[in-house]
Ligand binder design. Structure first.
Ligand code: FEO
Ligand code: CA
Ligand code: CA
Ligand code: CA
Length: 670
């Protein structure tokens, strides 16, 4: 689009210094306000949150551990979708997991090994997704509407429908849905995506650990094929993260808690809960404008530790695509290409989930393979092709439902590239290039580096050889089309402390104004400048343990370059015995002043989740798990109370959404 300025003017804000303060710090000329906190009530009858562990009723409160968020515009009044309005809308956000300690007066309890029902219910309902109405007053201040008609919580107990090729598969047969067409809820929702027809995509990431499945007992009751699949997906906890399966429910037929015991103890999949883990690991599509609708799991997009699901450009007549990371060490990058070419008029459809049926239920799931010369290919995961057959000796696939439910195994077989924990994807709206955060990888050694995952180094205080600081890869599709099966790639930036060796670690020459580690959240801005030109900045959020000796987690803004603006580079890695190996990679142009630290979060938080109003003048950012290393007797952060009152000793920390605005009302970041 020639009306869009690919190289906007320099970043105008002054970089924020690294710090360990217990507030959100933004540049001079900007303000921060707290909008929506864990526990805040979202129905008229729900009482205010006391934040002392005694509160109940999380199905009508903000959940915990705010993660990805997305703005869906509303008309000035009523419940009508209006994507042009920048003063009233819905925020749809994920509540990834819980800070279990602070949900209870004195932390979690159990009685004779059983979790109390009320505690477990609170913990379950503090997970999931929020839909909450927000608006801006004439004085510029933002607030959420406790009584918003479209306010909604989706929790692990909310009914969902299965859609796409796995619907009706025996892999989804459960006591709840003996024909494998329905399920309950969503869990560990991390990053997100959207559709142009006005729906939200939420992604189920670290779901496996919620299930109890003592493997030594259960494996003997399962087929060898089932055991292989369960092991590949890590359904191996002997207790489940929070022990929910131990609850002795007041209603003996209530399966709310027993379903978290995934052992094959009954006569069939409909007599026990063996297939419950197959209900998770999907992308869930929901319509934020209609709380009466049942969210649909889009099984064509595969089952994994779904981090996010971000679309490429929607071009009339061309099949759209969504990019998806599987966040675990040595997992893969995927792309789903719809079978249906895009019709722009579908953006205004009123039956929005029917549009999801049209575009998201049939298509091709691909996995990425990166070559050392800066090219790459998308390998299709299609039953009957590339060894994905009933006669495969590693894993005998029964059908396409099996391939999609176990796409990690399929990707192993086709020879995809094992990545350094693929987290978020984002797509440059100007160039169409896809950016991917590879957050870090404690299992990347000098023996298994490759061009796309080239670093393994020692970084005190970690004292082990790994990719400690992560990197951001970018990819340009052949022919600039979402339908492409080949691409070019390079590495936009390597995370590193600016004090680290520039030859082999700080390969992007980061300095004190922009050094970062463990990139995670990633987003291109919606902002347009005064002339109506797109001026998209790349926003990078961090989730890091290796850099927290120097700073709390942060968010940076960048004017990105383009694939191929840098050069080939040879990196020297070492193993623990001191033996060196070299790996050649492709490093983008040094970011320099085109990358600056915009925000630093409070103590022990992760900065994750960002969107803006369409005019770019209000930025929404989520602060997750402040004070995560604390306890009832040692509260280590008082945020957000610390931000709101200046000093708030004794206050339990809460995940929360903040609003960031420029004091002159301008576009944030430009
Ligand atoms: Fe929930 Fe991979 O971050
Ligand atoms: Ca993440
Ligand atoms: Ca992370
Ligand atoms: Ca997180």
């Amino acid at each position: 689009d020639t009306t869009i300025n690919i190289e906007p003017a320099a970043l105008t804000f002054s970089a924020v210094a690294k710090n360990k303060n217990d507030v959100v710090t933004v540049p001079a000329g900007y303000t921060v306000s707290v909008l929506y906190r864990c526990g805040d009530p979202i129905s008229a009858s729900t009482p205010a949150y006391k934040n002392d562990g005694t509160d109940t009723g999380f199905s009508t409160r903000a959940g915990d551990n705010h993660d990805a968020l997305h703005w869906f515009g509303l008309a000035a009044s009523g419940n009508t979708r209006d994507e042009t309005n920048s003063t009233r809308g819905l925020l749809v956000m994920n509540h990834e997991y819980i800070f279990q300690t602070y949900l209870h007066p004195n932390g979690p309890t159990s009685v004779n090994g059983a979790r109390p029902e009320s505690e477990a219910l609170k913990e379950i309902e503090a997970h999931g997704v929020s839909v909450v109405e927000v608006s801006q007053a004439a004085n510029g201040a933002w607030s959420y509407n406790q009584s918003g008609a479209l306010n909604r919580r989706i929790t692990p107990n909310t009914p969902t429908a299965f859609s796409g090729p796995v619907r009706g598969s025996s892999l989804l047969f459960t006591a709840y849905s003996p024909t494998g067409v329905a399920g309950r809820g969503t869990i560990n929702n991390c990053a997100n995506g959207y559709t142009p027809w006005g729906t939200s995509l939420t992604c189920e990431e670290n779901w496996a650990g919620y299930f109890r499945r003592p493997t030594s007992a259960d494996n003997a009751r399962r087929s060898a094929k089932e055991v292989t699949a369960l092991a590949r997906y890590g359904v191996t906890s002997s207790s489940g993260n929070y022990g929910w399966a131990t609850v002795v429910a007041s209603d003996s037929t209530n399966t709310t808690f027993r379903r978290w015991d995934a052992q094959a103890t009954g006569a069939s999949a409909t007599a026990d809960f063996r297939n419950e883990p197959n209900q998770y690991g999907w992308v869930l599509e929901m319509d934020p404008y209609d709380p009466s609708t049942t969210p649909r799991k889009r099984t064509a997009l595969g089952r994994m530790n779904h981090e996010g699901c971000w679309p490429g450009a929607f071009v009339a007549g061309r099949k759209p695509a969504w990019y998806m990371g599987d966040d675990a060490r040595n997992e893969y990058l995927y792309k789903f290409v719809s079978a249906t070419a895009w019709s722009a008029s579908d953006a205004g459809a009123t039956d929005r989930l029917a549009m999801g049926d049209k575009y998201l239920d049939s298509g091709t799931l691909y996995v990425a393979k990166f070559a050392a010369d800066g090219t790459g290919t998308w390998l299709p995961l299609v039953f009957g092709q590339n060894g994905l057959t009933a006669s495969n000796a590693t894993y005998a696939f029964a059908d396409q439902a099996d391939v999609l439910t176990h796409c990690r195994l399929a990707a192993d077989i086709v020879g995809a590239t094992k990545m350094d924990r693929p987290e978020w994807t984002a797509v440059n709206p100007v160039t169409g290039e896809m950016y991917l955060t590879l957050t870090n990888n404690s299992q990347r050694t000098s023996a298994n580096t490759d061009a796309a995952n080239p670093r393994s180094y020692q970084d005190a205080p970690n004292f082990s050889y790994a990719n400690h600081n992560g990197h951001i890869l970018r990819l340009r599709e052949s022919g600039d089309t979402t339908e492409a099966t080949a691409f070019r790639w390079d590495i936009y930036a390597f995370g590193a402390g600016s004090d680290l060796n520039a030859q082999n670690i700080n390969l992007s020459n980061l300095d004190a104004s922009n050094d970062f580690s463990s990139p995670d959240g990633l987003w291109f801005g919606r902002a347009t400048n005064a002339s109506g030109q797109g001026n998209p900045l790349l926003w990078i959020q961090t989730d890091d343990g290796a850099f927290t000796d120097q700073t709390n987690n942060q968010m940076l803004a960048a004017i990105p370059g383009t694939v191929g603006d840098g050069a080939m580079r040879t990196v020297t890695n070492f193993n623990a015995a001191g033996a060196s190996t070299t790996t050649t990679t492709i490093v983008g142009k040094t970011p320099g002043a085109s990358l600056k630290r915009f925000l630093v979060g409070p103590v022990q938080c992760e900065v994750t989740g960002v969107d803006s109003t369409p005019d770019g003048r209000t930025l929404f950012v989520n602060i997750q798990h402040p004070g995560e290393d604390g306890s009832i007797s040692n509260i280590t952060s008082n945020w957000p109370a610390s931000q709101q009152t200046g000093s708030a000793p004794g206050n339990r920390p809460r995940s929360a959404t903040v609003v960031i605005q420029r004091t002159d009302g301008g576009i944030v970041g430009l």
